[in-house]
Design a protein around this ligand. Structure first.
Ligand code: SF4
Length: 309
């Protein structure tokens, strides 16, 4: 297995996408012209290489919607990067020739978003009938290819009770890692908060069971966007700070002032607290610390930038 550097450079390709996810942070933003993207990708690769990054990740929107992706991966492969990753909804990977082409060009890692372990649940989130069938086929294609696969799930009010089933599907497709994060109240999820954003206190027991299932199935779990004090102490080591977008929206909470983990913790947003004002947080002291970390073994990319390119 390729060792992944902690630092991963995200090559943002803009919001163009063929799904319509209910929690999309980029809802309503436009796409970018291919020519402009060719120039941007080249400039990003130059910058990533000059800065010493060993990993680059193509993020969207949906990177596979850009016909230039295979060539961009080839260009990355020709440079000094050890890991080249794509964040994808996996639908186009249902075409085996296409998936093989990406890997032949030099792709080493794929992060596939999966919101449910059956069609009704996943398609509800993508708002696109048939998307589960294609994503599942894409994951099965990847299972047979020489590439490292991680799965990302956004927790909503509709799937938080099904996280264990999603982990079972990750194990079935032999994914190496699972990244899970609650839907953040921005973009489409802010417009439809009551339907989308989960109550974290209700979510955490199901999340704990799903993480325990990961341990049983040798799947590396990663959690982001959940306050550390809400997690069972034994699972705090599996947190990743990917959510740079939400860092600017973090609420000032009295309980956090005394907490030794406040720098590492995502906390809660003001929008979340406006709806769930009764959220109870418990500052962590030195005696509660679990210092080991899983950060860096799979290059999950998290939420992309919100502005158009
Ligand atoms: S008390 Fe605040 S900073 Fe500490 S873990 Fe909880 S939410 Fe995070």
């Amino acid at each position: 297995m390729v060792e992944v550097e902690k630092k991963s450079f995200a090559i943002e390709l803009g919001p163009l996408c063929n799904n319509h996810c209910v929690f999309c942070v980029q809802a309503g933003q436009g796409g970018s012209a291919q020519k402009r993207l060719d120039q941007k990708v080249l400039a990003d690769l130059d910058r990533a290489e000059a800065t010493g990054f060993k990993t680059v990740t193509f993020v969207g929107g949906e990177p596979t919607m850009h016909e230039g992706l295979i060539e961009w991966i080839r260009l990355a492969r020709a440079r000094s990067f050890e890991c080249i990753s794509v964040q994808s909804n996996g639908r186009r990977l249902a075409l085996k020739n296409y998936a093989e082409g990406l890997i032949k060009a030099g792709l080493t890692h794929v992060e596939v978003s999966l919101q449910g372990h059956h069609a009704a649940l996943h398609d509800y989130h993508t708002q696109l009938a048939g998307s589960f069938r294609e994503t599942a086929k894409g994951l099965l294609n990847l299972r047979a290819l020489d590439v490292h696969v991680g799965v990302s799930t956004v927790i909503t009010r509709s799937n938080f009770r099904d996280l264990e089933g999603i982990v079972a599907m990750c194990a079935h497709v032999q994914a190496a890692a699972w990244h899970v994060a609650p839907s953040e109240p921005i973009g489409a999820a802010l417009d439809d908060f009551q339907r989308i954003v989960p109550n974290l206190n209700m979510t955490v027991p199901y999340l704990s069971r799903a993480v325990a299932r990961c341990m049983d199935d040798s799947l590396m779990p990663y959690i982001s966007g959940v306050p550390l004090c809400l997690l069972e102490p034994r699972y705090r080591a599996f947190t990743l700070d990917l959510n740079k977008v939400m860092a600017a929206k973090r609420a000032a909470i009295d309980s956090c002032i005394e907490c030794v983990e406040r720098q590492r913790c995502s906390g809660l947003s003001t929008e979340y607290l406006a709806h769930f004002a009764s959220s109870r947080l418990s500052p962590i002291d030195d005696n509660d610390l679990e210092r080991k970390s899983n950060e860096g073994s799979f290059p999950f990319a998290g939420i992309g930038k919100l502005e158009t390119l």
